[in-house]
Design a protein around this ligand. Sequence first.
Ligand SMILES: [Zn+2]
Length: 98
Amino acid sequence: MHQKKNIRLRACAFKEDKMKIFNNDKHIEKIICNCCGREIKVENDILHEEIMSVDINWGYFSKHDGENHKFDLCGDCYEKLIGKFKIPIERTDNIELI
Ligand SMILES: [Zn+2]
């Protein structure tokens, strides 16, 4: 087997299950927005901006019965997405920011 690149995609083993690009030291190098393809910089496993991570298991009566879908959106794409909603999202303030 040969490796095409030094980086590879694999499921994240951290507390949140996101698709991330790891370097050879198994540290997260970057996350790529599935919508616009923009790279979100990560340093020392810390994201430099917020992203929206979706991990959904489609069930019965769906078009994707039995499939798991995962994707990440950057903050800009998230704003564009929710801007198209007919009904605004629910907003609450977090008591504690992490
Ligand atoms: Zn994006």
